[in-house]
Design a protein around this ligand. Structure first.
Ligand SMILES: Cc1ncc(COP(=O)(O)O)c(C=O)c1O
Length: 412
């Protein structure tokens, strides 16, 4: 795997590694760190790219309450895009410290969590559910028994994929079935006609732009093709999203129109119909986000594993390693060994469940007890492997931030 373009190189890489080693000298690997200077710089960069529109934090890409709150306290960020309703209920529950604006970014079929939401005045005021069909509306009514005096807040999701050749090719995530202004209006009317619901938002997530790197290292032709696809998709969505928003606004007072993700912040923010951007991954700056042309998140989240055996002079084996990422399986889902530079996986073993042999020149110099530093391919999934992030400021660990797992939660 070639070195990512935004990784510190040469002496800067040596300095980063030495600084992280100094800061964490007292820790026993495996452990994970977040480098606060990089994290805060990434937050500033996301806000700058959003052209003055607020960013709603995609919590699945952080899975750490303290780090979520650290960014929500900055200008340019407002509200959370949660990934499950139990998570949203947990985030919003405390009247004093709870997050007061949580949109669940994906439909829920969790009956118990829905009952809790509908029965709780505070939660019902703070949380918005995602819907994309009348079938789901019927499910919500049956599961939650909402009342007209405390209606459920709903957000309508629009399909943001690019379709080509008379809809035979679908580029982008398979999410909502609602695609046209007519379909959106029809669902919006069904919601408006139900006093137990209130339509407050519209969301469309263009994964083919926001989550697909358009400058993959070593693949210039692929980069060219991806950028052409993203250009076409951006033009198509800009027009369709504006039409859908206008149609829905005729029957509902929308508080927000949410779009985008880390990879599309500036493009999505430039659409007049969009009022806020969703983003999260750009804060930790995981390896999959090395492949974009318009921006460079700084690597902020790392994990360290100990070398535990040397099967041969050219092989150093670390404990664990198989913290791989979700999505279509492939080499880009593997963690990236970054320090020391020049390590690679064995093709026949990859990143292992309990041990991972690493090859390369640097492996010859590693000794038992040394650490190898990795970056995860994706953002929030790293947090489900550790109970805490050690927060590094300069060359000190200044605090520990419990992950969702550390707080006893496994939402997904
Ligand atoms: C609905 C939605 N919005 C936004 C995002 C973008 O999140 P991130 O910035 O972490 O890529 C995602 C990620 O999957 C998403 O599902």
């Amino acid at each position: 795997m070639s070195a990512p373009v935004n990784m510190p190189q040469g002496t800067v890489a040596d300095e980063t590694r030495e600084r992280l080693e100094r800061a964490t000298a007292a820790l026993e690997p495996p452990f994970a760190v977040v480098d606060l200077a990089a994290y805060d710089a990434n937050a500033a960069d996301l806000a700058h790219r959003a052209l003055g529109k607020p960013i709603r934090l995609a919590s699945k890409s952080l899975r750490c309450r303290a780090l979520t709150e650290r960014v929500l306290n900055r200008r340019g960020f407002r509200g959370v895009l949660a990934f499950t309703l139990p998570e949203a209920n947990w985030l919003a529950a405390d009247p004093e410290t709870g997050i007061d604006d949580v949109v669940v970014g994906y439909p829920t079929a969790d009956r118990a969590a829905l009952r809790r939401l509908a029965d709780d005045e505070l939660l019902a005021r703070r949380i918005t559910l995602m819907v994309d069909s009348v079938e789901h509306l019927a499910f919500l009514r049956e599961a939650a028994h909402p009342s007209a005096t405390r209606p459920l807040r709903l957000c309508l999701e629009l399909d943001a994929a690019l379709r080509l050749f008379g809809d035979r090719v679908h580029i982008g995530a398979r999410r909502s079935p609602v695609r046209t202004p007519a379909a959106a209006l029809s669902l919006a009317r069904a919601i408006a006609d139900t006093p137990e619901f209130r339509l407050v938002g519209l969301m469309a997530y263009e994964s083919q732009t926001a989550g697909v790197g358009n400058a993959p290292p070593g693949a210039p032709l692929r980069g060219l093709a991806v950028r052409a696809m993203q250009h076409a998709s951006g033009a198509e969505l800009r027009e369709r999203r504006a039409e859908v928003v206008a149609a829905v606004r005729a029957v509902a007072d929308l508080e927000f129109v949410n779009g985008g993700g880390t990879g599309s912040v500036e493009r999505t923010a430039a659409e007049p119909a969009v009022t806020e951007i969703a983003a999260g991954s750009g804060l930790y700056g995981p390896a999959l986000f090395d492949a974009y042309r318009a921006f460079r998140p700084r690597p902020a989240a790392y994990f360290a594993l100990p070398v535990v055996r040397r099967p041969a002079p050219e092989v150093a084996t670390v404990l664990g390693g198989g913290w791989t990422a979700s999505g279509p399986p492939g080499p880009d889902r593997l963690p990236l060994p970054v320090f020391p530079a020049g390590l690679r996986f064995r093709a026949t073993e990859g990143a292992g469940e309990v041990q991972t042999p690493l090859l390369g020149d640097a492996a010859r110099r590693l000794r038992i007890g040394d650490r190898v530093w990795f970056r995860h391919a994706k953002a929030g999934e790293l947090a489900d492997h550790v109970r805490t992030f050690h927060l590094v400021d300069g060359d000190h660990v200044v605090a520990e931030a419990p992950t969702y797992r550390g707080e006893g939660h496994a939402f997904l």
